[in-house]
Write a protein that binds this ligand. Structure first.
Ligand SMILES: *Cc1c(COP(=O)(O)O)cnc(C)c1O
Length: 365
């Protein structure tokens, strides 16, 4: 059974992508130029929001989103512990307390049935993460937000192109954030995008990403504390070129997920990914659950056979630097102790999936 190395993720870059970046370099307008504005224009029309604001990465986007809503020290925000660390760090930067609520065991997203119990007088918002490419149960979450007058931030960094009730993720929240790191649905190397229908939120983000500069073009006129969270025009050019291919990217990822379903379905000790009602999945990752006592061993064996796989995600509330009261999050704990993310990238072929399934079968007959 000889096979080349199969990575967990790999960006798809073609000649159009390369040419788009070269064109910007040739233009000499490589930052604060027209290409960033053009990327924002095509992006907001894809996600169906009124405003889009390009930033340096998803984490800085989330930080500005939190600040744009006026959340501050002492406030509480309800979120999930089963996520990438950035979705909690953006709260900690501002001294906001993350309040972790358990997840649904089928979608791995925050469980709306458990949100109300976690609401206190200090709760200001719900930070929803659409994990692994699958939208959270948005109708129930929006209902709670309306009832308790809470703001919604969507961390859609892993789920560009996914829909809930035929509406794109990122179009539900007061403010939403996407990311374009090398392993995301589309990539700009590093990059992010904040989207919103709220003009004030947009204006804050557009100013704060550029050192708090006034948006009315007065040179070096700074009206608030800001940051350098800008995206370059080379990155934006890559973003535009990548976004043109997103239907193809998602189609490929769906095809690969179906291959995995087919070739892994005979292994009875595995739990394959489930899709919740009324939503579409874009398969940022294809994540299986293995018996807990075999999980780490299986990851190691896959590695020996040239297949990269990872235990996604260790719970955020168990990270050494996070000091929180003890949480009772049984589904989060059970899911994170058993998940394995398998390789998922646009150029994967069915023979790769067959090979990966054959390695898994060796160790989980
Ligand atoms: C990738 C990601 C982010 C943002 O990451 P950056 O590396 O800063 O672009 C935020 N939240 C989640 C859930 C992510 O997967």
């Amino acid at each position: 059974m000889k096979h080349n190395y199969i990575p967990l993720a790999r960006p798809y870059i073609d000649e159009h992508d390369k040419q788009a970046v070269i064109n910007v370099l040739d233009s000499r307008q490589i930052s604060l130029g027209p290409t960033q504005i053009q990327f924002e224009r095509v992006f907001k029309s894809f996600v169906k929001t009124q405003y889009a604001c390009a930033v340096s990465n998803g984490t800085t986007g989330l930080h500005l989103a939190v600040r744009a809503l006026g959340l501050q020290k002492g406030d509480e925000v309800i979120t999930t512990s089963f996520s990438f660390i950035a979705s909690t760090n953006c709260l900690l930067y501002e001294g906001i307390k993350p309040v972790f609520v358990d997840i649904e065991k089928d979608t791995y997203n925050i469980d709306p049935k458990k949100i109300e119990k976690a609401i206190t007088k200090k709760t200001k918002a719900i930070l929803v993460v659409h994990i692994f490419g699958q939208p959270a149960t948005m109708d129930a979450i929006l209902k709670i937000a309306r009832k308790y007058k809470l703001r919604i931030i969507e961390d859609a960094c892993e789920s560009l192109g996914a829909q809930y009730n035929s509406k794109p993720v990122g179009s539900f929240g007061d403010v939403s954030v996407f990311a374009f790191y090398a392993n995301k649905i589309i990539t700009t190397g590093e990059g992010g995008m904040i989207v919103t229908n709220n003009k004030k939120v947009y204006e804050y983000c557009a100013s704060a990403r550029n050192q708090g500069r006034s948006l009315t073009n007065e040179w070096l006129h700074h009206i608030r504390l800001g940051y350098n969270y800008r995206m370059s025009d080379m990155q934006a050019a890559l973003g535009i070129s990548q976004l043109k291919k997103i239907r193809f990217f998602i189609e490929q990822r769906r095809k690969i997920a179906l291959w995995y379903n087919r070739h892994l379905s005979s292994i009875s000790s595995l739990t394959l990914p489930q899709i919740g009602k009324n939503r579409s999945h874009v398969w940022f990752l294809y994540t299986i659950r293995a018996p807990q006592e075999k999980r780490d061993y299986l990851i190691k064996q896959l590695g020996k056979y040239g297949v990269q796989s990872k235990a996604y995600f260790p719970p955020i509330h168990e990270q050494p630097y996070i000091q929180t009261k003890k949480y009772f999050l049984p589904e989060t704990i059970a899911v994170s102790a058993t998940t394995i993310a398998l390789p998922m990238y646009v150029e994967m072929q069915e023979k790769d999936v067959i090979y990966i399934a054959s390695v898994i079968k060796k160790f989980l007959p």
